[in-house]
Ligand binder design. Structure first.
Ligand code: ADP
Ligand code: ADP
Length: 222
C-alpha cells in the first residue's frame, strides 16, 4: 500500500533523511522509532505531501505521490505533532471546516464528524471550545481531524508527545482499536509506546533506517 524508495531530504548542507526505503502493507500498524532529530517528522511529512523530497520515490496505493500529490494526499489522514488547532472554534465546528477542506461530500459531513469523534473518543468534548481543552483532549481532536475524511491510511507524528501516562494509554488504545481498519504509521522516540501497538517497527537514526522488524525482535537490539 505504501512504498518508499531511496527517500532523501536535504536542508541546505544538512541531510535530514538519507536513502530511506520501506514498505507498509494494507492494514499494518508500523512504528517509526528514533531519537529527536532522527528524521521521523521529515520522513512522515514527505509521505503526506507537506514537504518535497530532495530525491527518491513514494507510491501510495500504486500512485506516484510526487507526480500526483493531491491524489495521494486524499488517501492519508495526517496528525502532525503540533496539531494546527483553532483555539476559538468549537470542536464540531472545527471538524466541519476540516471536512469541507478535505472535500467530504456535504451530505456526509455530519455523520463523518460523529464517527470521527467516536473513533477518537472525544465525543464528550464535541461542543467545547478547543482553546479550553487539555492537551490530551486536543490531541484526540487532532486524531478526529485525521479520521474525519475516512482515509485508509493514518500518519500520526508523535501522538503521545507531552501527554501524561494515562493519556498515553488512551492514545495507545485508540491506535490499537484502528488495527485491521486502517493502515497506520506512527512515530515516537520511546519504544514502549509502540511495541504493544505495532506489527512492525522501523528504527531511524541520523536520517537512515538502521533496523526494522517485529517489536519483540528489536527488544534485544536496543
Ligand atoms: P525527528 O522528527 O526524528 O525529531 P526531524 O525530521 O524533525 O526529526 O528532523 C531531522 C533533522 O532535520 C534534524 O536535525 C532537524 O533539526 C533538521 N530539520 C528539520 N526541519 C528542518 C528545517 N525546516 N530546516 C532545517 N533543518 C531541519
Ligand atoms: P520535530 O522534531 O517533531 O520535527 P522540531 O521542533 O524539530 O519538531 O521542528 C518543528 C519545526 O521546526 C518543523 O517545521 C521543522 O521543519 C522546523 N525545524 C526543525 N529543525 C530546524 C532547523 N534546524 N532549522 C530550521 N527549521 C527547523
Amino acid at each position: 500500500m505504501i512504498e518508499v524508495e531511496h527517500l532523501t531530504k536535504r536542508y541546505g548542507p544538512r541531510t535530514a533523511v538519507q536513502d530511506v526505503s520501506f514498505r507498509v502493507g494494507k492494514g499494518e500498524i508500523v512504528g517509526f522509532l528514533g531519537p529527536n532529530g532522527a528524521g521521523k517528522s521529515t520522513t512522515l511529512r514527505m509521505l503526506t505531501g507537506f514537504l518535497a523530497p530532495s530525491g527518491g520515490a513514494i507510491r501510495i496505493d500504486g500512485i506516484d505521490a510526487l507526480a500526483k500529490p493531491i491524489e495521494a494526499k486524499k488517501r492519508i489522514g495526517y496528525m502532525p505533532e503540533a496539531c494546527p488547532i483553532y483555539p476559538e472554534m468549537r470542536v464540531r465546528e472545527y471538524l466541519r471546516y476540516r471536512a469541507e477542506l478535505k472535500g467530504v461530500a456535504s451530505r456526509a459531513i455530519k455523520e463523518r464528524i460523529e464517527i470521527a469523534l467516536d473513533q477518537a473518543s472525544v465525543k464528550e468534548a464535541g461542543d467545547r471550545i478547543i482553546g479550553q481543552l487539555s492537551k490530551g483532549t486536543r490531541q484526540r481532536v487532532g486524531l478526529a481531524d485525521a479520521l474525519v475524511a475516512d482515509p485508509p491510511i493514518l500518519v500520526l507524528d508523535e501522538p503521545t508527545a507531552g501527554l501524561d501516562p494515562n493519556q498515553i494509554r488512551q492514545v495507545r488504545d485508540l491506535v490499537r482499536g484502528l488495527a485491521g481498519k486502517k493502515t497506520v504509521l506512527v512515530s515516537t522516540h520511546i519504544l514502549p509506546e509502540v511495541e504493544s501497538t505495532c506489527d512492525r517497527v522501523v528504527i531511524i537514526h541520523r536520517g537512515r533506517v538502521v533496523r526494522e522488524g517485529a517489536p519483540d525482535q528489536l527488544r534485544q537490539a536496543i
